[in-house]
Write a protein that binds this ligand. Sequence first.
Ligand code: NAD
Length: 372
Amino acid sequence: MSVFATRAFNNHEQVVFCSDPITGLRAIIAVHSTVLGPAVGGCRIWNYAAAHRNAPVDVAERRTEEDAIFDVLRLSRGMSYKNAMAGLRLGGGKSVIIGDPKAVKTPELLRKFGEFVDRLGGRYYTAEDVGSKPRDMEIIHEATDYVVGLEHGAYATGDPSPHTAKGVFYGIEAAVKHRLGKDSVKGLKVAIQGVGNVGRDLAAHLREAGASVVIADISKENIERVLAGGPAEVVDPAQIHAVEADVFAPCALGGILNAKTIPELKAKIVAGAANNQLDDEDADDWRLRRRGILYAPDYVINGGGIISVESEVHREKLDEAERARKVRRIADTLEKIFVESDRTDMPTGHIANEMAEKIIDARRREIAAAAE
Ligand code: NAD
């Protein structure tokens, strides 16, 4: 199969296939761009084969690999755009380990993966993602220094979730100002899908600012934790996107904005933390625009987490004031996107991608000019 011809290929600098017969490691590391700095992005451990269980073995193997390649290419490009839009000195990368985390995740396999990351010599830094946990990063760290999001160590920045939640809160304020002409969220209703690490803190910020929250989660425990902090209306997870609210904040998994759910939205704004909210990046961006719903591009509004770990990559002492300033700037970046979207009548996701590409291209030209 082809990598260069894959739909998600976008002039990625380097794609590394890693395999080890002893530990059973099958992994792909994609370095999309190091123009702005070392490529950073999480390590996803995912059972890509599950979707092809009923196919003949050879077909299932091919499709499993195709899905993993597609994911790593798409996600690594997304990291380049996210880091560019957050104004960071970081490029974009991502890695995937193929397999059910419960079955494949042994310390030996993680260390072997760390060795492959190490061989890239700092062009790629890995981090926690779906299927991997902070303690897995500690094991990978035994084989390489190119890991961020560590809990201990001189440059550890700690849990990024509170910073992500703060950034989403500022982003909601910016969207409310732009779309509803209001200076605050006071008196508004926000529907939050998923009240885990980010959604829970977001609910607290919103309530503190005088908004009411409607929440849904498949975890009773997480619902209870939010209710322990103050009032919230609880609805069925299948209904949360369609409730009467001013803002819909997806903070669970990707793909919630699609051909079925978008026509059912009542909120005029979608602004939340989840990655890959648009099921079809192009079509769903347009669907939202056509319905007059203001969409805060996910990788821009959820940039607080990566902002939080930037100093760890550069082995710099954390400057908390600078981190807070960058998180606050998410609101200004979104406002620029909203204005440009109105001016050009193009959807906000398209505009964000264009802006990110311009930032990377400008830096690429600077580097080329300096080398001449
Ligand atoms: P989390 O796992 O702590 O929380 C997700 C919550 O969503 C859980 O409570 C889960 O039970 C719930 N959930 C899952 N499926 C659901 C469904 N169908 N309906 C309702 N609830 C459902 O994750 P998190 O760290 O809070 O991150 C939330 C989202 O934000 C994820 O998409 C993540 O990739 C993205 N994100 C997180 C950060 C961060 O700093 N944590 C940074 C950037 C992006």
